[in-house]
Design a protein around this ligand. Sequence first.
Ligand code: S3P
Length: 184
Amino acid sequence: MSAGRQYHNIALVGFMGAGKSTVGHVLAEILGFELVDTDKVIESRAGKRISDIFAEEGEPAFRRRESDLARELESAHGKVISTGGGMVVNPENLESLRRHALIFCLWASPEVIFERVRHQSHRPLLQTPDPLGKIRELLGARAPFYKQADVLVGVDYRAPVETARFIAASFRRQRAGVAAAVSA
Ligand code: S3P
């Protein structure tokens, strides 16, 4: 975290099923911020579900929509931004978020992720015969990106409300620290 940065927003990053949307709701409520769920914004603008964007337009088209939205959010204030699990795999998106948001990564183990997503079917990347293997593979490849977040929060043993409270406290402390550094 750098003292020169200004945090107008919070970004939640991390793997599918880590709980970004659920934690985002509670966090937005605690801070009186507005929740922006990037997957939901993309779906509502496209007029179709993410699985249909992947099927009809291909993953690169989805990634373009995601990057365009990341750029647009640079002017946001007072938002909790819950990102899709692949957003920060593009370093430009991560840098873009860094310009305005304190970035928290929700970190879950492959086994916990698997338990959470095994009965869901809306994530095209996990519609494979061996979802746990795919989770391990993708998480391994993405770990270096997720670990560039400002704060890593282990969520295997934390309820969403606890995670949200922890993030809210951490954000308030960080912002107060930055303000003190700026006025000193
Ligand atoms: C993706 C994660 C999904 C969604 C899309 C691709 C990914 O979001 O953006 O299916 O590449 O990890 P969630 O992390 O909210 O499931």
